[in-house]
Design a protein around this ligand. Structure first.
Ligand SMILES: [Zn+2]
Length: 108
């Protein structure tokens, strides 16, 4: 039986996820469907190899998989959280804002 090089597999998986999500961002204004497909693939790879998608790359809707696009998205700040509503499926995501470690929400 072949020994699986899990560490290497994960590394490659992460590289592919990076690539796919980068492409999704590049293409989302030209071909939204294709961009969604890229996101889908990236998520499948992440699941298959059990890698976490880096926070800064999670620029898509968890429910429908469409990448965030300023015209398909509503961002509101309320109390100590940012509320992101996906206008494709209506999924609402609440991101708490932690004091000191404030993260910028990119919504391009
Ligand atoms: Zn959605």
């Amino acid at each position: 039986m072949l020994r699986r090089e899990k560490k290497l597999e994960k590394e490659i998986a992460l590289r592919r996820i990076n690539l796919l999500l980068g492409k999704a961002q590049e293409i989302k204004f030209e071909d939204y469907e294709l961009a969604r497909r890229y996101v889908e693939l990236a998520r499948k790879i992440a699941m298959r190899y059990r890698v976490r998608i880096p926070k800064e790359l999670r620029l898509y809707c968890k429910k429908c998989g469409y990448p965030y696009r300023h015209d398909r998205l509503r961002v509101r700040v309320s109390k100590s959280r940012v509320i992101i509503t996906c206008l494709n499926c209506g999924f609402v995501r609440r991101v708490p804002i932690r004091p000191k470690r404030q993260k910028e929400i990119k919504n391009k």
